[in-house]
Design a protein around this ligand. Structure first.
Ligand code: MCA
Length: 501
C-alpha cells in the first residue's frame, strides 16, 4: 500500500529532501518519518482511534501534511477543509462527518471558536499558528511508529467533500486501496523518478494538489517544493530556473502563465512533465503553450471520487481537446445515458469508470452511493464524452448541473439553496457563464419577491456569509420569469444563451 511504499522511502533515503516550503528549511524523508510518527502518537494521545475523523482547516503548510500522513498512518480518516469555507459550511462538514478533532488556524478563533459547543461529536478544537514549529508541539511524543500500518485496502483514509445533483456536499470515502491504485498507476504512466523536483503551486485540500501532485512526488522519493499559493510571475520565474522537472496546474493557472509571458518566448522543454486538469484545457492554450513555452501540456481527467482516470501519454500523441487514454488499471466506457448500454466509438454518451481507484462511497449516504454506481459496479461520472476509434477520449459536457471555476467545482443546487434563504428572493437559478480566465463564472438569476428591495452587491455579500467566496455568484441578474420546459423545469441552457453575453 502507499504508506508501505512511503515507509520504504523513509528507510532507503532518510537524508534526501522530501518537502520544502519556500520560507522553511527542507524536510528530509527521515525527518518526515520522525515527525509523522510523533504526530501519529500525538493524535493517539488525544484519543484518536482507527476510523475516527480528524479534520484540518489550515492554509497550505507543513502541519497540514504531517496531520494528513499521521492520521492515515494510525488508521484514522483525514478530512481536509478549504480555508475559504466560512463557519456555516465548516459546521456542515464537521457535523456530517462526525469529526472528533479539528485543527484550525488560530486566526479563525474568533469566527469559529464557539463551533465546538454546536457539535457534540467534536471533542477537541485545536487552534494553531501554522508558522509555529510543529516539531516542538509533538516533540514529547515518540518518533517511533508503534502501530502497524493499515493493511486493509478497503479502510477509509480520507473524506473529501464534493457535491452532485443534490444540494449539500457529500463526503467521498477514499480508501488506502484507492490511493495506492491511483498513485501506482500515475507513477507508471507519468514516469515519476526519484530525481524529479515538483514545483507545487496547487492547494492541498483537494485531490489534485494533495494526491496527484504531493503523493505522486513522495511515492517516487522525489522532492516537492511547495509555494504557499499560485502567483504567475513567481511560478514562471521558477519554471525557467531549470531547478524543476514537474509542474501541475489547472487551466486558470496555465492561462495566467501564458498571459504573463506576453510576446516573449521561453523554452520550458527542460521540464519533464507539465500537466493540466480539473477543468477542460482550451485549445488556444494548448497551442499557445507550444508556441510560447516550447512544451506540450499533458491533459488528464479525474474526479474527487476516483482520482485520475484518463491521461494523454507521457510519450506519444498528446491530442488537443482530448483527455487521452485510460490509465493502468482503469476501465472506461461510454454508455447511452438512458439505457446504459455501451456505445460504439464516436458516439456521445455518459462516461463510466471502473477500477480499484474508484471510491468506496459517500459517508453516511448509502442511497446516494447506490445511485452513483450501475448494478454491475460502473461509476456514473455524470460527464458526457466519446471514445475515438483509437481509444482516445474526449469530454463533451456534463450530464450533471455543475460549474467549474478556476478548477474548483461549484454545484448550482448548493448556491441556490443559500440564495433561497435570502428574504428578497422568490426564485433563483444559478448558471455558469463562460469566462476566459476562470473557465466559467458563477451567475445567479433571481426572481425577486414582489416589492422586495435588494441589489447585486447585497445578494453577493449574503452568499459569501453562507458559502466559500469562490462559490458565491460573481454576477446577479434579476428577471421576471424563467424559461421552463413542459414539466415546468427551468431551462438553464436558455438562461445561459440569453444572459451570458
Ligand atoms: C479564488 N477565487 C476564485 C477562485 N479562486 N473565484 C472563482 N473560482 C476560483 N477557483 C477568488 C477569491 O475568492 C478571491 O475573490 C479572488 O479570486 C482572489 O483570491 P485568490 O485566492 O488570490 O485567488 P487566486 O490566487 O487568483 O486563485 C486562482 C487559482 C485558484 C490559483 C486558480 O482558484 C486555485 O488554486 N485553483 C485550483 C483549485 C484546485 O486545486 N482544483 C482541484 C480540485 P475575492 O477577492 O472576491 O475574495 S480536484 C479536481 O478537480 C479533480 C480531482 C481533478 O481532476 O483534479
Amino acid at each position: 500500500m502507499f504508506l508501505d511504499a512511503l515507509a520504504e522511502r523513509y528507510r532507503n533515503q532518510p537524508d534526501k529532501v522530501a518537502i520544502q516550503f519556500s520560507d522553511d528549511p527542507p524536510v528530509s524523508y527521515g525527518g518526515l518519518a520522525d515527525t509523522v510518527n510523533r504526530t501519529g502518537n500525538y493524535l493517539i494521545s488525544l484519543g484518536i482511534a482507527p476510523g475516527d475523523r480528524v479534520a484540518a482547516q489550515l492554509p497550505k503548510c507543513l502541519p497540514f501534511i504531517y496531520l494528513h500522513l499521521a492520521a492515515a498512518q494510525i488508521g484514522a480518516i483525514f478530512l481536509p477543509l478549504n480555508p475559504a469555507y466560512p463557519k456555516a459550511e465548516l459546521r456542515y462538514f464537521l457535523a456530517d462527518s462526525g469529526a472528533r478533532l479539528l485543527f484550525a488556524d488560530r486566526q479563525k478563533q474568533a469566527e469559529i471558536g464557539a463551533i465546538q459547543s454546536e457539535l457534540p461529536a467534536l471533542e477537541a478544537l485545536v487552534f494553531i499558528n501554522p508558522a509555529d514549529s510543529w516539531e516542538s508541539r509533538v516533540a514529547r511524543h515518540s518518533g517511533e511508529r508503534r502501530h502497524p500500518l493499515p493493511a486493509d485496502s478497503d479502510q477509509t483514509a480520507m473524506l473529501l467533500y464534493t457535491s452532485g445533483t443534490t444540494s449539500r456536499p457529500k463526503g467521498a470515502q477514499i480508501t488506502h486501496g484507492n490511493l495506492t491504485a491511483n498513485i501506482t498507476a500515475l507513477h507508471e504512466a507519468w514516469g515519476w523518478r526519484a530525481d524529479d523536483v515538483l514545483l507545487h503551486a496547487l492547494p492541498i485540500f483537494h485531490v489534485h494538489g494533495l494526491v496527484v501532485a504531493l503523493h505522486g512526488a513522495l511515492h517516487a522519493g522525489a522532492a516537492a517544493v511547495m509555494l504557499p499559493a499560485f502567483d504567475a510571475a513567481t511560478v514562471l520565474g521558477l519554471l525557467c530556473s531549470r531547478r524543476f522537472t514537474v509542474f501541475m496546474g489547472v487551466p486558470t493557472m496555465h492561462r495566467r502563465l501564458y498571459q504573463q509571458a506576453g510576446d516573449q518566448r521561453y523554452d520550458l522543454s527542460g521540464m519533464r512533465l507539465l500537466t493540466s486538469g480539473s477543468d477542460r484545457l482550451p485549445d488556444d492554450l494548448f497551442f499557445g503553450y507550444q508556441q510560447t513555452f516550447n512544451v506540450t501540456l499533458l491533459e488528464r481527467y479525474g474526479m474527487t471520487e476516483t482520482g485520475m482516470n484518463l491521461s494523454n501519454p507521457l510519450h506519444g500523441e498528446r491530442r488537443v481537446g482530448s483527455v487521452g487514454l485510460p490509465l493502468p488499471g482503469v476501465s472506461a466506457r461510454i454508455v447511452d445515458p438512458k439505457t446504459e448500454t455501451p456505445l460504439p466509438a464516436g458516439e456521445v454518451g455518459e462516461l463510466q469508470i471502473k477500477g480499484a481507484h474508484v471510491f468506496k462511497g459517500y459517508w453516511g449516504q448509502p442511497e446516494k452511493t447506490a445511485e452513483a454506481f450501475t448494478p454491475d459496479g460502473w461509476l456514473r461520472t455524470g460527464d458526457m464524452g466519446a471514445r475515438e476509434p483509437d481509444g482516445y477520449y474526449t469530454l463533451k459536457g456534463r450530464a450533471k448541473d455543475l460549474i467549474i471555476t478556476g478548477g474548483l467545482n461549484v454545484y448550482p443546487p448548493e448556491v441556490e439553496l443559500a440564495l433561497m434563504e435570502h428574504p428578497a428572493v422568490a426564485a433563483c437559478a444559478v448558471i455558469g457563464c463562460p469566462d476566459e480566465e476562470w473557465g466559467e463564472q458563477v451567475v445567479a438569476v433571481i426572481i425577486p419577491k414582489a416589492d422586495a428591495v435588494t441589489n447585486e452587491a447585497e445578494i453577493c455579500a449574503f452568499c459569501r456569509e453562507q458559502l466559500a467566496a469562490y462559490k458565491a455568484p460573481r454576477r446577479v441578474l434579476f428577471v421576471d420569469e424563467f424559461p421552463a420546459n413542459a414539466l415546468g423545469k427551468v431551462q438553464k441552457s436558455k438562461l445561459r444563451e440569453a444572459l451570458c453575453g
